[in-house]
Design a binder for this molecule. Structure first.
Ligand code: SF4
Ligand code: SF4
Ligand code: FES
Length: 265
């Protein structure tokens, strides 16, 4: 089904909400065909694609395009988002087949072919709830399982924990994780083997395993050495390519594997 935003003056037919006036089409806008996987568990037997024609400026974020569809064309379209600036990690989705954050992808990076077409689907490997929303609980279960918090057994110091910048550098990269799940849901092992903890959980374990102030490294390594842990990784690098924060995910996994092999962090 194709639903078009026709003119800048007509009232749009908005499903699921009040009619809304379409905003004027800005100068320099291109018409984008946006194909979105839709699924309403109360109405549909399964997911299907729907198409929308949306005016967008090259500098718009794809999240703006989704807002346009929701606000002016079909108010039932459902997706997660919060910060709109690549910080909260809530709008991971498959954009033209690649896991990305909707708020970090610009229209100008999607257009260029003659059709100005973009396909948006939910991330894979997690249960589909509605439209672009998946159930994130299995992802957060794996995250919680690796104890992603500082563990200490000695008496607390009388002043702050001191750490050299060299020690801080060991886990600097993995502190950048925003738990968006782009990595885990791009991992072919995670798609096929339910039990694998996935790269995001390992990244967050790495962040504490290599922190000189932490004393829980061996507990986490024990968790990650079992059948659901790091050894399932096949080093295919999908996760590193998918990470919107540029974290060297596969490198972090390799460092955890090495720490396990040599029992040393
Ligand atoms: S490197 Fe490992 S964790 Fe990352 S996508 Fe490949 S198999 Fe999955
Ligand atoms: S490692 Fe990167 S892709 Fe994976 S959850 Fe963290 S920020 Fe997202
Ligand atoms: S909306 Fe927060 S990261 Fe995209």
């Amino acid at each position: 089904m194709t639903i078009a935003a026709e003119t800048g003056t007509a009232a749009a037919s908005v499903q699921g909400s009040d009619r809304a006036e379409l905003p004027p089409i800005p100068e320099g806008a291109v018409m984008l065909t946006v194909k979105i996987q839709r699924y309403n568990p109360e109405l549909d037997d399964g997911p299907h694609m729907e198409s929308y024609r949306v005016p967008a400026q090259p500098g718009d974020r794809l999240l703006n395009v989704l807002h346009y569809i929701k606000w002016y064309i079909d108010g039932t379209l459902t997706f997660r988002r919060s910060c709109a600036h690549g910080v909260c990690g809530s709008d991971a989705m498959r954009i033209n087949g690649r896991n990305r954050l909707g708020c970090k992808v610009l229209v100008k990076d999607l257009i260029g072919d003659k059709r100005n077409e973009v396909t948006i689907e939910p991330i894979k490997g997690l249960p589909l709830l509605k439209d672009l929303i998946v159930d994130m609980e299995p992802f957060f279960d794996a995250y919680r399982a690796v104890k992603p918090f500082l563990i200490t057994y000695d008496n607390p110091p009388t002043r702050e924990y001191v750490q050299s910048s060299k020690d801080r550098d060991r886990f600097d990269d993995t502190t950048k994780c925003i738990l968006c799940a782009c990595c885990t849901t791009s991992c072919p092992v995670y798609w096929s083997e339910d039990a694998y903890v996935g790269p995001a959980a390992i990244v967050n374990a790495h962040r504490f395993i290599f922190d000189s102030r932490d004393q829980g490294a061996q507990e986490r390594l024990e968790i990650l050495s079992d059948a659901e842990g790091v050894w399932r990784c096949r080093t295919t690098f999908n996760c590193t390519e998918a990470c919107p924060r540029g974290i060297q995910v596969t490198k972090a996994i390799q460092e955890v594997k090495r720490a396990l092999m040599f029992r040393r962090v």
